[in-house]
Design a protein around this ligand. Structure first.
Ligand code: PAZ
Length: 317
């Protein structure tokens, strides 16, 4: 493993984001529309939800890559509950990962929820009618209100460039901006300028590779890109003995407002919400429930308190 590059050289050497100008234009339009006071509504608070795992390419013309564990379910479900709570959501997600309002579709085969009727027309199977109707209704509502913007990434390079673009833009909404960083982000990577250009050949025997540390962008997010935003990061561990300690460390080192700590073995059923001086365990009672519903209720309450507290002179929750 090689020491961390500084953030500036990470960005200077990363392959530039494709269609960056078009993405930026959509983002600016989204933020302006949703933070606009016109119409007397006072605008919506804006949250950036990151979701899914980043990849680390091993070759510039990429055949092989290292991946991170994450289906994107947490980010997709959370997006739905943020929208329900009146937020505008910038959904920064891994291409092909779980999407809002599609979580209940069978993932093994779409054929399971389709039928052919007597007139040989394809229709939704009765068994899935309710869930499909509800999903389409909720999705259409979010799209009609213009309160959901989806920005896809695959690699660590794309993810961090998008995060920087969103953060520097969202900083214009100050206290009303939130970051909910549920994506599983690579800690190690191969810098673009030292990466093999073509497919690595196996004829040379075993592969030896040194990975560099990805610069710790949470500090940069907090200190430079969006200093006033309400920041929530996630901490996933496999060892329960170190989980809370690592979450506390992230809270203090990166000055996060909240860290959501979870274990690989139980992350669907239980999380610990770690704030300055407080630890709340949230559990779901049965598998039909979304743990994310409870998480978002708690976080949006804390965000409101943060806005109010900051206006009164306090800075942390
Ligand atoms: O995407 P998913 O629902 O399969 O998993 C969610 C999660 C475990 C990736 C998320 O809760 C999380 O902990 N994200 C941060 C991972 C990390 O520490 O890098």
């Amino acid at each position: 493993m090689v020491a961390a590059q500084d953030p500036e050289s990470f960005f200077a050497t990363a392959p530039p984001l494709r269609d960056a100008d078009a993405v930026d234009a959509r983002l600016q339009e989204f933020i302006a529309r949703n933070s606009n006071n016109a119409g007397g509504g006072g605008g919506r608070p804006i949250v950036c939800v990151t979701s899914g795992g980043t990849t680390v390419p091993l070759e510039q013309r990429c055949v092989r890559y290292i991946d991170n564990f994450s289906s994107g379910h947490r980010g997709a479900a959370s997006t739905e509950y943020f929208l329900k709570a009146g937020y505008a959501v910038i959904f920064v997600h891994r291409r092909g990962s779980c999407q809002p309002y599609c979580r209940f579709m069978p993932d093994d085969s779409f054929l399971k929820f389709l039928d052919v009727n007597e007139e040989s027309k394809v229709q939704v199977a009765r068994s899935h009618e309710t869930v499909v109707k509800k999903s389409i209704g909720d999705y259409s509502k979010a799209m009609e209100c213009g309160s959901l913007l989806k920005l896809p990434f695959t690699t660590i390079f794309e993810y961090l460039q998008l995060l920087r673009m969103v953060a520097t833009s969202v900083s214009s909404v100050g206290l009303r901006g939130m970051f909910y960083l549920a994506a599983a982000v690579s800690d190690f990577y191969v810098p673009w300028d030292s990466m093999a250009k073509h497919k690595i050949q196996s004829a040379g025997g075993p592969l030896e590779m040194r990975l560099s540390q990805v610069p710790k962008m949470l500090s940069v997010l907090r200190n430079q890109w969006a200093p006033l935003a309400f920041c929530i990061s996630f901490k996933l561990e496999t060892d329960s003995d170190i989980l809370v300690q690592k979450a506390d460390m992230a809270l203090n080192k990166y000055k996060m407002n909240i860290v959501v700590a979870n274990l690989l073995a139980t992350y669907k059923d239980e999380v610990i919400i770690v704030t300055n001086g407080e630890k709340n365990t949230i559990r779901r009672c049965n598998t039909d429930e979304d743990l994310e519903e409870q998480i978002i209720i708690l976080l949006t309450q804390k965000h409101s308190k943060y806005i109010y507290g900051s206006q009164m002179g306090a800075t942390r929750v």
